[in-house]
Ligand binder design. Structure first.
Ligand code: NAD
Length: 223
């Protein structure tokens, strides 16, 4: 069994999605914030936005959807959770085999020496932050237009191709290559089940669609 989650799975924990009703992008344009170009243009602005997101995520707790997926992992013989989320709510809920396609909001990486580490301060005071070597630090996440880490992608692709059941939860399925995992799983013979508040671009290509909040539907599905 493999699962692909998106921002919708954390929405009920109070972390806004990018494209939903209260999406972050209603206030900010993605190209002004989550791209390498935006960061070279205005690292301080990008860091201010990450500070805001760090604060939201630091205050958030896993919801019933996160816990249901951790329960499922304990019972399924082989289980991989692939997430596009950069928060750590799946891990906090007890999920173990988690592939974080788009990195981790708590990681920082030096653009000069390449060193990376975890910094869990909800807000970083000195913006933009700098490494001990003097280099500029960036968030350890994958921005629009950037490549995924090859090792990470290989693991996700392997899990999608091997899955007999593939759950797609709370994602608009428009961000590639992540969204491509759905077709990969389907073409390799998996039954694909989607949970979302509303139909998405993949709904017509899959086996079953469950409409509603995943915090409510996942515990029922798993029970
Ligand atoms: P998205 O914002 O594009 O789509 C969110 C989807 O979730 C929508 O289809 C919406 O209908 C659905 N949704 C909202 N609330 C739901 C609920 N309670 N139950 C079920 N479905 C619900 O998000 P995405 O597809 O993950 O892709 C965009 C990018 O957003 C990813 O790369 C990810 O890194 C980033 N992101 C991450 C976080 C986070 O880490 N929590 C938050 C915002 C954005």
């Amino acid at each position: 069994m493999a699962v692909l989650t998106g921002a919708g799975v954390s929405a009920e924990s109070g972390v806004p999605t990018f494209r939903g009703k209260d999406g972050l992008w209603k206030h900010y344009r993605p190209e002004d914030l989550a791209t390498p170009d935006a960061f070279s243009r205005d690292p301080r602005l990008v860091w201010q936005w990450y500070n805001w997101r760090r604060g939201l995520i630091a205050r958030a707790n896993p919801n019933r959807g996160h816990y249901a997926l951790a329960d499922l992992e304990r019972t399924a013989p082989e289980f991989t959770l692939i997430t596009q989320n950069v928060d750590d709510l799946h891990e906090q809920a007890g999920s173990k085999n988690v592939i974080k396609l788009h990195g981790d909001i708590w990681q920082v990486r030096c653009l000069s020496c390449g060193r990376d580490w975890i910094d869990t301060r909800p807000s970083i005071a000195e913006l933009p932050p700098r490494c001990g070597c003097g280099g500029l630090l960036r968030p350890g996440v994958v921005w629009f237009g950037e490549e995924l880490q090859p090792g990470i992608w290989d693991r996700a692709e392997y899990a999608a191709r091997r899955a007999q059941v593939f759950l797609v939860i709370g994602t608009s399925a428009v961000v590639y290559p992540a969204a491509g995992l759905v077709r990969m799983a389907k073409c390799s013979g998996a039954k694909v089940v989607e949970i979302n508040l509303a139909e998405t671009v993949i709904t017509s290509q899959i086996d079953a669609f469950l409409a509603g909040p995943c915090g409510e539907l996942l515990p029922k599905l798993i029970a």
